[in-house]
Design a protein around this ligand. Sequence first.
Ligand SMILES: [Zn+2]
Length: 94
Amino acid sequence: MTETDYYWIVLCKNHGFHRRQNLFSPHKIALGETDAYACPPYLGGHFKVKCDDCGEEHSYKPQDVLRFEIAPPESFIAHPLFSDLPLSQEKRPA
Ligand SMILES: [Zn+2]
């Protein structure tokens, strides 16, 4: 059984590269940890994300950000815009 967590993600736009690895789902780039209820951070416009897999950098809209339950990436570094996000009550340490 794999433990999963909620992450804010964007889908890599380098579809050609990732299609060779996984035909059915685009590569998800984890941006920051979240939970089932937290609101996305205020981004204020386009922002750039470098793919942790193919290494290409693309520009994303705030609307491209999705909440996804995934297995935590092995070497995860939160995107600067998504680090230190407040989580909802449930996950906050007592
Ligand atoms: Zn990629």
